[in-house]
Design a binder for this molecule. Structure first.
Ligand SMILES: Cc1ncc(COP(=O)(O)O)c(C=O)c1O
Length: 490
């Protein structure tokens, strides 16, 4: 029974409910709003002394890390929605949001208020052996959403997407009593940087120097361009492509009978290029998995929260197939979520930490806001933002066709799903795209690249705090940066 039902309060509840604490939290949030409101547009450094300390931070970062930062970035700790201030007083549009972490942008008063309250807890970190209430409440809130249209029922929390994936893999292996040592995944997938995930993740650089101990086999991800080329006669290219991949999967299964513990589905590829697939593509492969006793695992570390449903498997109507799912980034705390059938035996999963009090309480608040807002569905705000983004890219390509050469290798100049947005100038060539990312950064718009060829400029914008008026302003900066990079990007 909770305090609401009994009226009884323990010491901590009396502390949190005290006028002094409530007043202090509210004073901090009000003061934050005043200062945050001063940040209204992109600007350069505001003061020579601040620039000097920024330069010295950048030098210190390179020294201690043994390599320079990708961007000259050091957040000051304040921002206003999609705008972030750096320690030199400059302000940029944050269109990458910590690679998908800050869906509600910078200095969100509700989240900062939640964080301040959580920071007054007796301990900073919660653990698997002993935890405070938030360790359970976060997981409950997450599972309630995950289980809306699936059999997912339990969540095991941890601190990174890669570790959530490690836990999910253990669960899948154990379900087969260790007798199925192989895994299936998509070509160009990314799963994190632990020794095992770096092996499964399909990037040569990510595996460099790592002895291979994990048996991974790859199915091509859906390829709109290849599917288009495969169209012949009555049969659509999509059908042929899907049939080809199912055939490929069946070949592996026949080659290694009963050897596969799971197929890891990155439903929209993240690092691999913000590639999307037709729901039927996933569905057909998942059906083959089901027929052969192979666990279906959705790695939603990057997709969680930002497509047209909270879970991308829901947006694609795949809930019935999912045995295991992993989430991270926007949720602040990461998790492996699984069905009752996949609930592992005691002793398989644990760890000192499950998350910080701040991460857990803020993460729960984020899930509640996503659940209660108008974000999802084909007419939800995430889908509307995606359309606004596409309109801007189309207008830019029309105005500057020299930046967007037509090429057979590219599906569309603007592509993605919901809050995973990419645009592809310069024929998708790597060097000019990297140059553009740097130029955009200098111009005041933080983005990053994705893909393994073709390459794209990617955005994971803080859509929770953006409105229609942001897009023309952001694209004016993009046009300006592209003007500086030049026609072909070289
Ligand atoms: C699909 C996917 N899985 C796993 C990870 C790893 O997450 P983390 O970097 O939190 O370990 C990422 C990170 O980008 C990801 O995109």
């Amino acid at each position: 029974m909770t305090q609401a039902t009994t009226g009884a309060m323990n010491t901590a509840q009396r502390f949190r409910e005290s006028d002094a604490v409530k007043g202090a939290v509210s004073a901090i949030v009000e003061e934050l709003k005043t200062h945050s409101a001063e940040i209204t547009e992109v600007r350069g450094p505001t003061d020579a002394a601040l620039t000097q300390s920024f330069d010295s931070f950048i030098a210190d970062a390179a020294e201690v890390r043994g390599r320079p930062l990708v961007y000259r970035y050091c957040g000051s700790g304040i921002g206003n929605g999609a705008l972030v201030e750096l320690i030199d007083g400059s302000v940029k549009y944050d269109m990458i949001s910590g690679i998908g972490v800050h869906f509600f942008g910078h200095s969100d008063p509700d989240l900062v208020g939640t964080a301040v309250r959580a920071a007054a807890s007796d301990t900073v970190m919660q653990g698997h052996l002993v935890m405070n209430e938030e360790g359970v409440r976060f997981a409950e809130t997450l599972v309630e959403q995950a289980g809306k249209n699936s059999r997912l029922r339990h969540a095991f929390l941890c601190n990174s997407g890669a570790f959530a994936n490690e836990n999910a893999l253990k669960v899948c292996y154990q379900k087969k009593d260790g007798l199925a040592p192989r895994v299936l995944a998509f070509g160009h997938c990314f799963m994190g940087r632990t020794v095992t995930m770096a092996q499964i993740g399909d990037s040569a650089a990510g595996r460099q120097g790592i002895p291979l101990s994990t048996l991974a086999d790859y199915i091509p991800y859906y390829d709109h361009v290849a599917a288009r080329r495969m169209h012949a006669g009555e049969v659509s290219g999509a059908t042929r492509y899907i049939d080809m991949c199912c055939w490929h999967l069946q070949q592996y299964i026949d080659r290694y009978p009963n050897q596969y513990a799971c197929f890891i589905f990155e439903l929209v590829q993240g690092e691999g290029g913000f590639n999307t697939a037709l729901p039927d593509f996933h569905k057909s492969l998942m059906e083959v998995c089901k027929d052969n006793g192979i666990a279906v695992w959705a790695d939603e570390v990057q997709t969680f929260g930002r497509t047209e449903e909270m879970f991308c498997f829901d947006a694609l109507g795949l809930g019935e197939y999912i045995d295991v799912c992993t989430v991270g980034k926007m949720s602040q705390v990461c998790a492996a979520i699984y069905t009752e059938e996949f609930n592992p035996k005691p002793g398989l999963l644990s760890g000192t930490f499950l998350g910080s009090a701040v991460g857990l309480q803020v993460g729960q608040r984020i899930i509640e806001r996503l659940r209660d807002g108008d974000y999802y569905g084909p007419d939800g705000s995430i889908a509307r933002h995606y359309e606004l983004f596409r309109v801007q890219v189309a207008a830019l390509a029309q105005k500057h066709p020299e930046w967007f050469p037509e090429t057979d290798e590219l599906h569309e100049f603007a592509h993605g799903f919901g809050g995973m947005m990419r645009f592809s100038p310069y024929g998708g060539e790597k060097e000019p795209i990297l140059k553009l990312c740097k130029a955009l950064y200098d111009e005041g718009v933080i983005t990053f690249y994705c893909g393994h060829g073709p390459y794209h400029v990617r955005m994971l914008p803080p859509l929770g705090v953006m409105d229609e008026s942001h897009w023309p302003r952001i694209f004016a900066h993009i046009e300006s940066a592209m003007g500086k990079v030049g026609g072909s990007g070289s």
